[in-house]
Write a protein that binds this ligand. Structure first.
Ligand SMILES: [Zn+2]
Length: 148
């Protein structure tokens, strides 16, 4: 099964997390943008953190490319069943002028140092309690070499 078809067959972690393509597979993360101040948030919000209770939010397609702001490595299993070690942290999305919290995978957990360039991918969440659930995480934006 192609990756897109597989992703379309999974149940999303939340209904409002993804921009979906014509085949039903996710093509981007979906957040909100405030039409008053321009701030972007992910996941989608009901109120702008800057303008509340005013401000009008519209759906926003987030950039796929980011830079690790900070990360940490968990060395115990998660409640959902992620096998340690695994990384997660904050990723800056420069095109959206925002920072989001996300799992980090696709390289040694310690690779995700501040400044590392990453991109978002979609698939079945790799945790025992999340079988069949569509999620997202960030991976290295370019192949990791021995020099990294
Ligand atoms: Zn606002």
């Amino acid at each position: 099964m192609r990756a897109a078809a597989l992703a379309a067959a999974l149940r999303p972690l939340r209904d409002d997390l993804f921009v979906l393509g014509a085949d039903g597979a996710p093509v981007a993360l979906r957040g909100t943008r405030c039409t008053d101040c321009g701030r972007v948030a992910f996941p989608a919000r009901a109120l702008c953190s800057h303008c509340a209770p005013n401000g009008h939010l519209v759906p926003h397609r987030l950039s796929a490319h980011g830079v690790v702001h900070a990360s940490t490595v968990a060395r115990v299993p998660s409640a959902m069943g992620h096998a340690p070690p695994y990384a997660y942290g904050y990723v800056d999305l420069p095109d959206d002028a925002t920072r989001i919290f996300a799992p980090l995978s696709g390289a040694e957990a310690t690779w995700f140092q501040p400044g590392a360039r990453v991109r978002v991918v979609f698939g079945e969440i790799p945790a025992a309690a999340m079988r069949g659930v569509l999620g997202y995480w960030f991976v290295p934006d370019a192949p990791v070499t021995a020099d990294d």
